[in-house]
Design a protein around this ligand. Sequence first.
Ligand code: AMP
Ligand code: MG
Length: 312
Amino acid sequence: MKTTITSSPEEAAAYIRRGELAVFPTETVYGLGADALNPEAVQAIFQAKGRPSDNPLIVHLADRSGLGAVAATISPAAEDLLEAFTPGPLTLVLPRASALSDRVTAGLDTVGVRIPSLPIARAFLRACETPVAAPSANRSGRPSPTTWRAAYEDLVGRVPCILQGGRTDAGIESTVVDVTTETPAVLRPGAVSMEALRDVVPTIREVDEAPEIPRSPGTKHRHYAPEAELVIVEDPGEADAAAIHGYIGIDEPAVPAAFANVFVAPSIEAYGRELFHFLRECDALGCRRIFAQEVPEEGLGRALMDRLRRAA
Ligand code: AMP
Ligand code: MG
């Protein structure tokens, strides 16, 4: 299959309208989209990614006007969260509408919905004229793509179109919040922090990792894994400085030049933005080990530590 790279949202959207796949940028990571109302198109996502079929997809909308086509009801808490955080990196799990393909929801009676804020993503979604189901645009088990080149690396020859945008801003996926239960629950930490969510819905709770029956099926699969072994360290001094090792963190190691690849982040936000790109770079360099410095579990640090643990 030929992979066309375009910077035109309309050209990429034409693929979706024809029932084909298109990769597109968002403010979190790049997504691999298909018409959420077309079961064959949605099925092609799972094939292109090698994604397990029991892992539901997030449905992306240009704006709130499309919500009625995918969600059956919107609770008052959902309204408050939509008002406060959308468009933006928040996914709400809502009772699903019947028009949606079962493949999108992996047979669940709920649907994850997100309205991205990145202007090119919104232009693309508007031009699609249909809800767009999209997971991250990586091969299953690889780090999420934060550049179009990373998506290209994973999906060239497997998708017909990539909408070219810049490096993604958050670099970490959306926060997934279940609003179908009495008390809203964070199923996956992400780019919207727990603290910010609590300001709007004070009762919001965190769901335990690895429950008996995962509420968010995607969280049970191996994720975000570089080929190198990832080791979480408290202090850069614990990182074994060697030419076949990488290091990423907030504090600088004693001899940065001793590593194959080093990224010292000026902030937690910059750490998050760089992480997946850094993991891919280390793999390309053939690193054996990547040392990643721990950060406090607050703000974006919570999502960052979640991704580091999954990669480790
Ligand atoms: P990805 O798009 O690859 O980052 O994965 C989407 C994440 O959202 C996965 O962890 C899914 O399990 C989760 N998700 C999507 N739809 C639902 C849903 N209806 N209920 C619970 N979690 C969902
Ligand atoms: Mg993913």
